[in-house]
Design a protein around this ligand. Structure first.
Ligand code: PGA
Length: 240
């Protein structure tokens, strides 16, 4: 595990964007695993800037997002499909038919999970971008007695609903279920880039990176992966 700390978020975002751009320049058909949430927004902004500057083309890459809410249309402003269009896909030359998210509107959610896993198996992820939840979740893999390997439907924990309520008009509007890649699918990525920003992530980052490997903190399973790059701002990196 390589841990890098940055004095500013700006530097962190530039470094992460440069990392992805380097991957794409050296392998134009790369498969990227992408994430939503506040953590990656600045990284996507930098990638868009570099694209606008003519430094990189996304035309041949494939992307897989970690997760999506169940029951939200892609046009719904709270859906992760909408988020990705707003922050990245809408600004770059990535073809729509190679930008994948789980379909939270699928009539048969179990079949949708199998379909997603089959696509991931066919196009293994070169670099998976991850944020971390305050409870140690990665994607929507919440702390539990056991964890799932593959893509599955999850019931979101109360603390996650509360954390996400800020994006909705009220707590009642936050979907109670999501589809997420499993911890096993995440660990299959060749490289994992875990990003933490802000003082509120300092404790969980310490637990995830230096604590016991336990399903109580799904991010701690990243300690078993051979190729993890951890990028932290000063506040999130305070204890590691
Ligand atoms: P955040 O969420 O980037 O909005 O902090 C991360 C997560 O919950 O995985």
């Amino acid at each position: 595990m390589i841990i890098r700390k940055f004095d500013s978020r700006e530097e962190l975002d530039s470094y992460a964007a440069q990392y992805f751009i380097y991957i794409i320049q050296t392998k134009p058909t790369a498969t990227l695993g992408l994430a939503t949430g506040s953590t990656p927004i600045g990284i996507y902004e930098k990638m868009v800037e570099r694209y606008r500057g003519g430094e990189v083309s996304f035309a041949q890459i494939t992307t897989f997002n970690l997760d999506e809410y169940v029951g939200l249309q892609p046009q719904n402003e709270q859906s992760y499909a909408y988020f990705m269009n707003r922050h990245l896909f809408g600004h770059i030359d990535l073809p729509d038919n190679r930008a994948f998210l789980p379909n939270g509107m699928a009539a048969d959610l179990a079949a949708e999970c199998s379909r997603y896993d089959a696509m991931l198996a066919a196009q293994p992820i070169d670099v998976q971008l991850l944020g971390i939840g305050h409870n140690g979740h990665i994607g929507f893999n919440e702390p539990d007695r056991t964890l799932h390997g593959g893509t599955h439907v999850v019931e979101l924990k109360r603390e996650t609903l509360e954390a996400n309520a800020r994006f909705f008009a009220s707590m009642d509007e936050v979907p109670k279920q999501a589809i997420t890649m499993g911890v096993g699918s995440i660990l299959k990525a060749r490289t994992i880039m875990l990003v933490g920003k802000g003082a509120d992530k300092a404790d969980i980052m310490k637990q995830a990176l230096t604590g016991p490997i336990t399903t109580d903190c799904p991010a701690s399973l990243l300690q078993t992966h051979a190729n993890v790059l951890v990028l932290l701002d000063r506040e999130a990196g305070r204890y590691v």
